[in-house]
Design a protein around this ligand. Structure first.
Ligand code: AKG
Ligand code: FE2
Length: 276
């Protein structure tokens, strides 16, 4: 059995280093600030850490991005036209396991250049869909999903301090309200972007969404029901307050990123045993 501290399974040494940084105690000679430290952690050697991530030059948006825009407007989600290469997905996966083996959460994959380079390659397209100057919202993260522990069959939890099983978002939710997701002129203003590093299928757990046309509460920011789309009861059941028959599973290959309006109802399904 592995020692487990808090939601992300941090070991104590790593936790105290990170807490010091959060507390503003940044020690200039800390190894965490040295690219060499991260390069050495990446023993499989597929990644760079030299701050080379740069935005691509603005160019004409391809037809595929225009189609993505139509899908976003009619359904509330779309598949990103530029897929992350499979070889990069696997280099990132190796690096994430190496980070975890050294006690760092998988989210530290953002210390390397490649995730930023991919993000910058889709930036122009994404920015064209939100109107005005685009900014990166600070909730950038990376998850390395685990099989549920033995005997624990429940789905993930959102907004809870408990460890969430399998580290997925099993409970249907909106990331933001309608007001936070749209400009007053009804153009999209906040998008969630999600890049699966492994293929996501019916069996290993894929994303489920409620397309906006099936969602009568899509715009009702002020109503109680807007953000309470699923509630866990003390009896261990889940009360759903949305239109279940409208739901669609999104099956995608590795690197085939998805994006959705901040207020689209979505969740991740559980991985079946024997799959990963
Ligand atoms: O990966 C999942 O299970 C869902 C992710 C999610 O809800 C999110 O990124 O907002
Ligand atoms: Fe979400």
């Amino acid at each position: 059995m592995k020692a487990h501290y808090g939601t992300f399974g941090l070991n104590r040494g790593v936790k105290s280093k990170l807490e010091a940084i959060i507390g503003g105690h940044i020690i200039p000679e800390s190894p965490l600030l040295d690219p060499q430290f991260w390069l050495e952690l990446n023993t499989s050697g597929g990644l760079r850490c030299d701050g080379m991530a740069r935005s691509e030059k603005a160019g004409e948006l391809t037809e595929a991005w225009k189609e993505a825009g139509s899908s976003l407007r009619s359904l509330g989600y779309f598949q990103i036209p530029d897929r992350m290469e499979a070889s990069l997905c696997s280099r990132l996966l190796s690096a994430m396991s190496e980070l975890e083996a050294s006690g760092y959460p998988a989210a530290f994959i953002w210390m390397y250049d490649e995730p930023w380079l991919y993000l910058s390659s889709i930036w122009e397209g994404m920015a064209s869909l939100v109107g005005g100057e685009a900014v990166l919202e600070p909730s950038v993260f990376a998850y390395s999903l685990q099989q549920p522990r033995n005997g624990d069959k429940k789905g993930g939890k959102v907004g809870s301090n408990d460890d969430y099983v399998g580290r997925n978002f099993g409970l249907p939710h909106r990331d933001y309200t309608y007001e936070e997701s749209f400009h007053p002129n009804r153009q999209e203003s906040t998008l969630t972007f999600w890049c699966p590093l492994t293929a996501s299928t019916y069996n290993n757990g894929c994303l489920y969404v409620l397309p906006k046309e099936f969602d009568p509460e899509f715009e009702t920011s002020g109503s109680m029901r807007h953000m309470r789309v699923a509630t866990e009861t003390p009896e261990g059941t889940t009360e759903l307050a949305f239109n279940l028959p409208g739901v669609r599973p999104l099956i995608v290959e590795e690197g085939a990123s998805l994006a959705w309006t901040g207020n689209l109802i979505h969740w991740g399904s559980q991985c079946a045993s024997g799959h990963e």
